[in-house]
Write a protein that binds this ligand. Structure first.
Ligand SMILES: [Zn+2]
Length: 426
């Protein structure tokens, strides 16, 4: 199990100066490696190690061997990321990656011993009670961050615990994530997003007004408010995922929404909403919280989950009317998101049975966008005035899009044609 712990460093002005100089020296080393890599079109870590290690030591003599290696490695990664088309650049005081030997955090005593160009710095860190449990864990690496506005140093420490956690046994909980409801669980638990939308809307309006004003005090206010909306959403996601993870269920089934932001079929308004939708963060939080409790998160295919009757298994587009699901075959009526979450739970059961073999994520076929498209369309429908650009129903045309990427029964038949999937009614 791996966790990242962010700690605030309690430093004197002199120590801050030393660390800032260390950051600047690191950037010089990075630039040196990046330039050489670009000129010679090489980005292998070992290649660069043999070619320019001593050269880098001479170019930045104040920096130690550990950080020279780290700067070279980050330069290689940056070169690989831009496919060696340009020379990667970084700001002089960007975050610095420290190997574990160069920045040791002692969780027991709440102190840190960190390398700097002026010698090692020993300083206290702000350590809350709940973080003391990491004293037994092994530090892997740390990232030093300079908060320019608050003039503070923070360190993100990656810690690892190799003791396996006993898996918990229990049922599957289906979770449907959406725009109107952040999450709806198959055990009738709703997380409404009206409060979230209201708060975020208020922040956005504030920001817009201050930006329009443009005076010095407005800029000061903007700077003070920056990141507040993001922090609020993070807090909400932590809160929701904690409640879900602590339910009696052992497996949590979620739709696989990889690539939903890249959907081209939606209009600008819906796309904008999707972009600010923090669905992925909720999933990440739930995953790590569940992992700590010996529970698992599985992915299911999002295709037709909103059109599928959780009682008789009939799939029909006409069954979904806004936020209400009304089955055209058996007349079953339910909140649309709750119905979808029950279907997700059902699909999650088959995924969960495969867990020991295909851990951690069994259904993932990220190249297949059909399911994501289906989810996108259902999200657009859930918004009040949906204007979906180009809305041909899932048909042969899209079927050919994903030909060769594995197929399901919907590939052969247009979904307008009603059909019953092999699903046992609840
Ligand atoms: Zn039905």
């Amino acid at each position: 199990m791996i966790r990242t712990v962010k700690l605030k460093l309690m430093l004197t002005e002199e120590q801050k100066g030393s660390l800032l100089r260390t950051m600047e020296a690191y950037t010089r080393a990075f630039d040196h490696a990046a330039r050489w890599g670009f000129e010679h079109q090489k980005c292998g870590k070992l290649e660069l190690q043999y070619a320019i290690y001593y050269e880098m030591r001479r170019a930045v003599p104040e920096l130690g061997a550990g950080l020279i290696q780290s700067a070279k490695d980050t330069a290689c990664e940056a070169l690989r990321q831009c496919k060696m088309r340009t020379v990667p650049r970084r700001k002089p005081r960007s975050a610095v990656r420290f190997p574990w030997k160069e920045a040791k955090v002692y969780f027991g005593s709440g102190t840190i011993s960190i390398y700097s160009v002026d010698g090692r710095i020993h300083a206290p860190v702000v350590l809350y009670e709940h973080l003391k449990k990491y004293a037994e864990w092994r530090c892997k690496l740390s990232v030093l961050i300079w908060d320019r506005i608050g003039r503070q140093f923070y360190i993100s420490v990656v810690v690892e615990n190799k003791t396996p956690i006993e898996p918990v046994k229990g049922n599957v909980l289906g979770i449907d994530r959406g725009l109107n409801n952040v999450a709806v669980c198959s055990n009738n638990m709703f997380f409404d997003s009206s409060r979230i939308n209201a708060t975020r809307g208020r922040y956005a309006k504030n920001k817009q007004e201050l930006q329009a004003k443009g005076t010095r005090s407005a800029i000061r206010r903007l700077r003070k408010q920056s990141g507040r909306e993001r922090r609020f959403m993070t807090c909400e996601n932590h809160r929701i995922s904690k409640i879900i993870a602590n339910t009696e269920f052992a497996v949590f089934a979620l739709e696989d929404l990889a690539g939903i932001n890249k959907c081209r079929w939606l209009d600008r308004r819906t796309k904008g909403k999707l972009r600010s939708w923090a669905y992925h963060q909720l999933e990440n939080f739930l995953r790590y919280k569940a992992e700590g409790l010996g529970k698992a998160v599985v992915h299911v295919d999002p295709t037709c989950t909103s059109q599928w009757c959780s009682r008789c298994g009939w799939i029909d587009k006409k069954s979904r009317k806004g936020s209400i699901f009304h089955c055209v075959r058996c007349g079953f009526q339910l909140n649309a998101d709750l119905n979808a979450s029950r279907i997700i739970a059902r699909l999650g059961m088959s995924e969960a049975s495969r867990l020991p073999i295909y851990q951690p994520h069994a259904a993932g076929d990220e190249g297949d966008v059909s399911g994501v498209r289906s989810k996108c369309l259902s999200l657009a429908a859930s918004l009040r005035s949906p204007r979906v650009v180009d809305t041909p129903s899932l048909n042969r045309e899209q079927g050919s899009l994903r030909a060769g990427q594995g197929c399901d029964s919907s590939l052969e038949d247009p979904p307008d044609q009603q059909k019953i999937f092999n699903i046992r009614p609840y």
